[in-house]
Design a protein. Structure first.
Length: 183
């Protein structure tokens, strides 16, 4: 009888652990994805998909040193895949001569999010991981699978591009939003 109780508590414990993990990390991941995508709805959708992929693998993922990094990697990969598909679709429409090509329904006009969309994906990813997720340069390099110097270059170029994009709105003072990004 005791063995039955342990067996029946196993999945409940795993479910409880996953629920706690989800509650502790969901909002943070959505915020990171919002900065990456510039769209709150897309960020929530991507986060939900990443967590739904983590749930059946939770017994394994929970043993990782950083389960949140695994979920974030899945969410970022989903975002990049979605972006690639959208670009392929836009390219196909352009080849067909359509004048109805658009990039979704960006409902939030946050200056930084809009400026980030103009930054190349790898630079944007490095910026988000370093400044939003607060990973060290070394940890960003490990997560992206590139040398540390590459991350430093991407961060420098990303900051420059972001600052240049935000200078357009100099009259509104949006460049002050980047003060914490300056080296």
């Amino acid at each position: 009888m005791r063995a039955l109780r342990q067996v029946s508590r196993g999945p409940m414990s795993t479910d409880r652990e996953f629920t706690e993990f989800y509650l502790a990390t969901y909002r943070r991941l959505v915020g990171q994805l919002f900065v990456l995508t510039g769209n709150r709805h897309d960020a929530e959708e991507l986060a939900q998909e990443a967590f739904s992929r983590a749930l059946p693998r939770w017994a394994k993922i929970s043993g990782y040193e950083a389960p949140e990094a695994w979920v974030r990697r899945v969410a970022f990969n989903l975002a990049f895949s979605r972006r690639r598909k959208a670009l392929r679709g836009a390219a196909a429409l352009l080849r067909l001569g359509s004048d109805r090509v658009h990039d979704g329904d960006s409902t939030d006009g946050v200056a930084v999010a809009e400026a980030l969309r103009a930054v190349p994906v790898r630079h944007r990813q490095a910026l988000v991981l370093h400044y939003v997720v607060d990973l060290s340069v070394r940890d960003v390099a490990v997560e992206l699978g590139v040398p540390e110097n590459t991350v430093k270059t991407w961060l420098r170029r990303g900051r420059q591009q972001l600052q240049a994009a935000l200078r357009v709105d100099e009259a509104t003072g949006t460049e002050d939003l980047l003060a914490h990004l300056r080296p």
